[in-house]
Design a protein around this ligand. Structure first.
Ligand code: ATP
Ligand code: RI2
Length: 200
C-alpha cells in the first residue's frame, strides 16, 4: 500500500521540526524527509542538505525535486526519493509550506495535513529563544504567522502550546490509520469525518 505524505505546516517557530522528530521516534513506519535548503549548513535546527542558489537551480533543472518552493529568502526542495519511500508503503513526514498545499494535492494523492498551532506570543518567544534568525528576520516571520489553509484537504489540527511530549502523543493519535473520528468532529464540520480532526 502507498504511504501517506504527512505535510506538517504552521507558522515559523510553532514547533514543526520538534513535533516531527517526536513523531518519527515514536512511529517506526514514518520516514523523516530531509529537505534541501539554500541555508548556511551551520545554521542549526533541522537536519538538511545545504546547497547554494546555483546548485539549487541546477537540481531543479535536473528534476531532483518532487516539489520545491521559495520562502523567507530561501529555497526548499523535497527530493524525488520521497516517491520511492511512499511506494515502499512508508509514511513521509515533511516540513511543508502552507502555500504549497494546493499543488501538493496533485503530486501526492495520499496527503494529510498536520496543522501545528500555538498562541502568537508563544511562537514569538520560541523564535527568539531558538536564536537561528536575526531580530529583523524574526519580525518578518511573525508577520507571516497567520495564513489560511486551502479548503477541502484532510487537515488535522495539533495545538502545541503545552509540553512537547503531550503534543507528540496527540499527534500520534491523529495519525493512526484506523482512527475513528469523534462524533464532535463530524458535527463540527458537517461533512466527511476525515476532513478536519482535532484530538484534545
Ligand atoms: N512544546 C514546546 N514547548 C517548548 N518549546 C518548544 C515546543 N515545541 C517547540 N519548541 C521550541 O521552539 C523552537 C521552535 O521550534 P521548531 O524549530 O521545531 O519550529 P518550526 O515550526 O519547525 O520552525 P521553522 O518553520 O522556522 O523551522 C525550538 O527552539 C524548539 O525547541
Ligand atoms: O509560511 P509557509 O509558506 O507555511 O512556510 C514557509 C516555510 O517556512 C518554514 O521554513 P523554515 O523551516 O523556517 O526555514 C517552512 O518550513 C516552510 O519551508
Amino acid at each position: 500500500m502507498t504511504g501517506r505524505v504527512i505535510a506538517v505546516v504552521g507558522p515559523s517557530g510553532v514547533g514543526k521540526d520538534s513535533v516531527m522528530e517526536g513523531l518519527h521516534a515514536a512511529l517506526p513506519n514514518a520516514h523523516l524527509v530531509r529537505r534541501v535548503i539554500t541555508r548556511d549548513k551551520d545554521a542549526g535546527g533541522e537536519d538538511f542538505d545545504a546547497v547554494s542558489e546555483a546548485e539549487f537551480e541546477e537540481l531543479v533543472r535536473n528534476g531532483a525535486f518532487a516539489i520545491h518552493w521559495h520562502a523567507h529568502g530561501l529555497s526548499y526542495g523535497i527530493p524525488t526519493m520521497v516517491k520511492y519511500q511512499l511506494g515502499q508503503g512508508k509514511d513521509c513526514l515533511i516540513n511543508f509550506s502552507r502555500n504549497m498545499l494546493r499543488p501538493a494535492e496533485s503530486i501526492f494523492p495520499n496527503l494529510i495535513v498536520l496543522n501545528v498551532t500555538a498562541a502568537p506570543e508563544t511562537i514569538a518567544k520560541r523564535l527568539v529563544a531558538r536564536n537561528r534568525e536575526t531580530e529583523a528576520e524574526i519580525a518578518k516571520r511573525l508577520a507571516q504567522a497567520d495564513k489560511a489553509l486551502p479548503t477541502g484537504l484532510d487537515v488535522r489540527h495539533l495545538p502545541n502550546d503545552g509540553p512537547l511530549a503531550e503534543t507528540v502523543a496527540r499527534g500520534i493519535a491523529l495519525l493512526r490509520p484506523d482512527r475513528v473520528p469523534r462524533r464532535a468532529d463530524v458535527a463540527a464540520t458537517g461533512q466527511s469525518p476525515t476532513k478536519s480532526e482535532t484530538v484534545s
